[in-house]
Each structure stands twice: as structure tokens, then as C-alpha cells.
Design a protein around this ligand. Structure first.
Ligand SMILES: *Cc1c(COP(=O)(O)O)cnc(C)c1O
Length: 427
């Protein structure tokens, strides 16, 4: 068994025997705020953003953080203050983005199932673009905009039919997926949209999947997108912006995705070669901005040795960390005390939560040298954890802390029972 190694995240490291995020000791945060506790590094988020900003230096560009990855208000605020726009997928996300100080003109609205009410509210807020995903949505948005005396700026999400080589549940750009307009129908769909008085065609977009760790799918999707842009413009419909979606992967378990700036150097070479380098370029990264910036701290409740398996039962569970149950995802798990790091002869355990499901596991077959009362950090937990968390088993949703240098801000209190029962009524 290989010993624990921390995925490449410079803002999380051991110092004097204790796991730290930036200049804050994580055991102190766990003691102050309790566990399970999500902790995020502001510097890590801004460093991830800076890689994209470097990639786009000297270009017209707009980075729209795909906020479903982590939609906590203070996280959104960090990105809004850094100049990001937001990629939203619901009316609730719209209100969160606005509450966090987003510029509505930098908000783009993705998703296959926008309701009329969500369309009206987004039009009233003056968002920058609706990324529409079907013929039917185009007609409904046109009707809603006309009724409101507005013109809805739109981009059409095309499905480039490329395989992003990731988990099937997070592949979105293949023919069999529910997302986007098929490549072959794109031109006709643009012509239809351009004929409608309630819509203004402003762009084109695609998003091929998530946790993509190779360059080739992006380069292929770009070629296919640019073919379409050329065809659409030849038909007399100008395309103001080109949006390449999100999906860049992070290091969970020795994954080696390209860095954002390296990937964009290659994509920009292609854009330039095909004469599109001076367009407004938009992207919608989610996971790659926040994933490695977050950890979930948890306390070992019981060690349960067994005949076939040893279990390490912790106080975090699938309601806090749903990715293993949903996608068989891997999160590295390390002790907060460096002296408790696993050795070659440490017993192998399944790290599991208290929820009454066999799917409630956080890590399989991990060598561990911890005991009840010790604390662990589940790494790479900044994306698609808190935002997917639930109250299943009537467990309170965890608290969240944002670390900034040596200061730590509580950005979300742990749910109390009143929070959990709000809105319910006895007969
Ligand atoms: C989820 C999503 C993203 C972000 O994906 P990541 O893998 O988190 O970067 C971007 N665009 C759309 C349309 C999405 O649904």
C-alpha cells in the first residue's frame, strides 16, 4: 500500500506536525467549529482563477464561474470581487449570485429545463446570455421575452459529439446525452432563432463534460465548434462570443489534467490559426476553480475491525460528501496530525459514515493509523460536495469556514434543528 500523498495543492500542507490550510491549523478550526466542517482556501481559489486569467491575457474574455460546483455566498463573493461572471443553472442560483454582488451582465444561464418564471426573472435582472438547449426552449423564451417587452440575448449550446473520457454521469457532449443541440441541426436552429423578434443571437457555447483530464477532447470540440461558427456566419448570423464551457479536471488521485493556462495556450493557437482569436471568449469553469481549495474535516467515531473488512466510522457521511456514492469518486483522506500518517504496515480500512446505506462510504481500502477521536481531512472537497449536500438521515448540513492567510471566517453556520424542520407542518 502506498502511503498518503497530498494532491498538488500548495495551500494545504503539514507544518510542525499539524495539517494547515494557508496559515491556519485545521485541528484548531475543527475544535472551534465542530465536525464535519468544510474549510476552503481563498488563496487557492484565486490561484486557480489566476491560471485562467494568465491563459487569457491580452484577449477579450469573460470567465463565468459555474457556481453549481460550490454556491456558498462567500465563495461567490470571492469570485465576483475578482471580476468573474457566473454560469447559473436555476433561478435559485441567480438570486444567490445577485446576493453575492454579481454583475448581472456577466451572468449566463445554462440548463435544459428553465421554467418560464426563471426566464422572466433572469430577463428582469438583465443577465448577459441565455444558453439555450432545445428548439422548444427557443420558442418559449421568445414568447416570454415578447410578453415582457424584452429581447433575450441567446447562445445555443451545441453538442459537438466528442467523448470527454470521463465518468459517464459527467459526460455531456455525446450524442446520447440530454444536453445541447445536435451538431447537424445547429445551423437550422440558429436560422430559426435569428428569425424570432424576442431573441438576439449573441454567441455559441458547448460544455462537453466534467473532470476532463486530457487536452484532446477540448481541441476536437473546438474544431467542431469553429466549423459551426463559420457556417452560421456564412448564413449571415454574426456570432459575437464563443463559450467553451467548463469541465477541466483536478487532481484527486494523481490525476494530471493540463493546467488552465497550458490548455488555453493550445486552444488559442488553434483559434488564431482559424481566424477566431479576437472574438470574445467565454468559459464556464466550476470544479477547477474550487475543487482542490476545499477540505472536509471529520472525526473518527469508532474503529470497527471485521473478518473481511475493517471499518473506520467517521462523523461525515454521504449527505456531506456525495461524490463517492454518486460517481464512485476518489477523495484522498489524511490525518490532521502528521504523526498519524499511515505506514506501510498500517491496516487497510473502508472509511464510512453513519448513514444507513451501504453506499455511504468516503474511501475504500485506505491504509490508516488513526483511532477513535482522531481527526481526518477529506481532500479535494471544494467542488460538488457542500453544494450537493443534503439533510438525509436528518443530519444537519455542515458548517463552512473560509481561510484567508491567518484568518478564518465562518461563512455558513451548521444547520440547527429549526433549520431542518423549517417549512414543515404537522397534520
Ligand atoms: C457543470 C457545468 C459547468 C462546470 O463544469 P465543471 O466540470 O465544474 O468545470 C460548466 N457549464 C455547464 C453548462 C455546466 O453544466
Amino acid at each position: 500500500m502506498t502511503p498518503f500523498t497530498l494532491p498538488g495543492e500548495p495551500h494545504i500542507h503539514y507544518a510542525n506536525g499539524h495539517l494547515q490550510m494557508e496559515d491556519c491549523r485545521l485541528d484548531n478550526l475543527a475544535a472551534t467549529h465542530g465536525t464535519p466542517l468544510f474549510v476552503y482556501s481563498k488563496a487557492s481559489m484565486l490561484a486557480a482563477l489566476a491560471a485562467y486569467q494568465r491563459g487569457f491575457a491580452e484577449r477579450k474574455s469573460q470567465i463565468c464561474y459555474a457556481m453549481k460546483a460550490n454556491s456558498s455566498l462567500a465563495v461567490l463573493q470571492v469570485f465576483a470581487q475578482a471580476g468573474c461572471g457566473f454560469d447559473i443553472v436555476s433561478g435559485g442560483e441567480l438570486e444567490r449570485a445577485l446576493a453575492a454582488g454579481a454583475d448581472p451582465a456577466k451572468i449566463i444561464f445554462s440548463g435544459v429545463g428553465k421554467t418560464r418564471q426563471e426566464m422572466r426573472r433572469a430577463l428582469a435582472a438583465g443577465i448577459g446570455c441565455f444558453n439555450v438547449e432545445s428548439e422548444a426552449e427557443i420558442d418559449v423564451l421568445n414568447a416570454v421575452a415578447l410578453a415582457e417587452n424584452k429581447v433575450a440575448p441567446i447562445s445555443i449550446r451545441v453538442n459537438p459529439n466528442v467523448d470527454p473520457k470521463t465518468h459517464p454521469y459527467i459526460s455531456t457532449g455525446l450524442k446520447g446525452n440530454k444536453f445541447g443541440i445536435a451538431h447537424e441541426s445547429t445551423l437550422a436552429t440558429y436560422q430559426h432563432a435569428a428569425s424570432l423578434p424576442g431573441l438576439a443571437v449573441v454567441g455559441i457555447d458547448c460544455h462537453i463534460g466534467s473532470q476532463i483530464t486530457q487536452e484532446a477532447p477540448y481541441l476536437d470540440a473546438m474544431d467542431r465548434m469553429l466549423d459551426l461558427v463559420a457556417a452560421i456566419e456564412a448564413a449571415g448570423i454574426p456570432i459575437h462570443h464563443i463559450d467553451f464551457g467548463g469541465g477541466l479536471g483536478i487532481d484527486y488521485q494523481g490525476d494530471t489534467p493540463p493546467s488552465a493556462d497550458t490548455l488555453w495556450a493550445k486552444l488559442l493557437t488553434k483559434l488564431d490559426a482559424r481566424g477566431f482569436g479576437q472574438r470574445l471568449l467565454m468559459i464556464e469553469p466550476g470544479r477547477s476553480l474550487v475543487g482542490n481549495a476545499g477540505v472536509c474535516l471529520t472525526e473518527v467515531l469508532f474503529m470497527k475491525p471485521g473478518e473481511q473488512k475493517n471499518f473506520c466510522i467517521v462523523d461525515a457521511a454521504m449527505n456531506d460528501l456525495p461524490r463517492p456514492a454518486l460517481y464512485q469518486a476518489y477523495h484522498a483522506i489524511v490525518p490532521l496530525e502528521q504523526s498519524k500518517q499511515a505506514r506501510a504496515d498500517s491496516p487497510v480500512c473502508d472509511v464510512v459514515g453513519p448513514v444507513c446505506e451501504s453506499g455511504d462510504w468516503i474511501g475504500h481500502d485506505r491504509p490508516l493509523a488513526v483511532q477513535a477521536g482522531d481527526r481526518l481531512a477529506v481532500l479535494s472537497a471544494g467542488a460538488y460536495c457542500m453544494s450537493m449536500s443534503s439533510n438525509y438521515n436528518s443530519r444537519p448540513r455542515a458548517a463552512e469556514v473560509l481561510v484567508d492567510g491567518s484568518s478564518a471566517h465562518l461563512i455558513r453556520k451548521r444547520d440547527n434543528l429549526a433549520d431542518q424542520m423549517r417549512g414543515e407542518q404537522l397534520l
